[in-house]
Design a protein around this ligand. Structure first.
Ligand SMILES: NC(=O)c1ccc[n+]([C@@H]2O[C@H](COP(=O)([O-])OP(=O)(O)OC[C@H]3O[C@@H](n4cnc5c(N)ncnc54)[C@H](OP(=O)(O)O)[C@@H]3O)[C@@H](O)[C@H]2O)c1
Ligand SMILES: *[C@@H]1O[C@H](CO)[C@@H](O)[C@H](O)[C@H]1NC(C)=O
Length: 323
């Protein structure tokens, strides 16, 4: 064979191999996103604890898990919204599952108080799943020095500390049974871009949760406990102030259906298919371009957020002047 021919054959072979690899990856993606059977969640235990479950993703997860026959233990901070959700859940699924709820402000209690409340509240219950879903973000983007102390404290407490102490509270029971699953709801802010300016505290607390999940998932895998961090992009909830769902922004109900299909698999995952596509595209872009675009976009949102806040203040001022 001549040298020229050899190189042509080599190029064709490399081309074919890389096409094959892409096809295999694509087939695998289709499998895990749409076809792979979900784990039998009841086998982890009969109860699921979900924090921040009065509204948003947490509430949708509660309904989804109840529909799979799990008893639900709701945790949230507002008595009235929690009661409303608990009643709604009872009406729909109360005939087949038990529902308990506990009012707990994860930003106000100390870690030890959180763990103790959960240990006492779940005494005698066969807790199979914990979802650390409660999370806080800035109402709109801002520079780090613009985050007031209370908001800063709350974000760090709810996103990191509370999830850590909740995990500590349920682990001994799971270790005894050698069964259990813990799902930490992280954020794609730690995944799709190398940095997430103007949401610094949010992204860094979620990065903590991601590494925390990765590390302990290895510690407890051999004991039958599946620990995972799920990293959604946008979901149409109050947190994002997005009301309409769309192709890339699922409703919490749609998201929760994908979410529970992933429990027990990878230790970090993007459960919703279009989020996964967004991640794929974002990772292919040059980092500098991506970060600059995000920065510029959030700067615009920050301006708009500030204007809205000012308008609200002015309206309130006018109302109080009229009184
Ligand atoms: N929505 C998204 O696009 C998106 C994207 C990536 C990740 N996430 C993550 O997904 C999780 C759920 O978010 P979401 O969009 O469903 O938000 P959400 O609609 O704001 O719901 C969060 C729930 O957590 C509760 N909560 C907040 N602070 C709490 C505290 N201190 N103690 C107890 N409960 C508390 C809220 O109660 P109140 O109603 O009383 O405040 C609410 O019921 C969060 O961890 C968030 O970071 C969301
Ligand atoms: C609880 O939620 C209700 C209904 O959304 C609201 O009116 C009330 O102010 C909230 N309470 C607290 C303490 O945040």
């Amino acid at each position: 064979m001549e040298l020229q021919e050899f190189f042509i054959v080599l190029a064709i072979t490399i081309g074919l191999v890389s096409v094959c690899i892409s096809l295999i990856n694509f087939a695998r993606w289709i499998w895990v996103m749409f076809l792979r059977p979900s784990k039998k969640l009841k086998e982890y235990g009969s109860w699921a604890i979900i924090t921040g479950s009065a509204q948003g993703i947490g509430k949708a997860l509660a309904f989804e898990m109840a529909s799979k026959g799990l008893n639900i233990f709701l945790v949230d901070k507002n008595h009235s919204t929690l009661e409303a959700t608990s009643n709604e859940l009872s009406e729909k699924h109360g005939w087949r599952v038990e529902i308990k709820s506990i009012v707990m402000d994860l930003a106000k209690l100390s870690g030890e108080e959180i763990a103790k409340t959960i240990e006492e509240g779940t005494k005698g219950l066969d807790v199979g799943i914990l979802v650390n879903n409660a999370g806080m973000c800035y109402p709109y983007p801002r520079f780090f020095h613009e985050v007031d102390s209370e908001l800063m404290e709350n974000i760090m407490k709810v996103n990191m500390e509370a999830a850590t102490w909740m995990t500590k509270a349920v682990l001994p029971g799971m270790l005894k049974k050698k069964k259990g699953a813990i799902v930490n709801i992280g954020s794609a802010s730690t995944e799709i871009a190398p940095s997430f300016p103007l949401y610094t505290l949010y992204a860094t607390t979620k990065a903590y949760l991601k590494l925390f999940s990765r590390c302990i998932s290895l510690e407890y895998k051999q004991h039958g406990i599946d620990i995972q961090c799920q990293v959604p992009v946008f979901v149409a909830t109050r947190l994002t102030k997005i009301k309409e769902s769309s192709l890339f922004i699922p409703s919490p109900e749609t998201f929760s259906k994908s979410s529970i299909r992933w429990i027990g698999y990878d230790n970090v995952c993007t459960p919703y298919w279009s989020h996964s596509v967004m991640g794929f595209v974002a990772r292919a872009l040059p980092h500098a371009l991506l970060t600059a675009t995000i920065f510029r976009y959030f700067l615009g949102n920050r301006k708009r957020g500030q204007l809205n806040e000012l308008q609200k203040k002015n309206i309130l001022q006018r109302q109080s002047n009229q009184l």
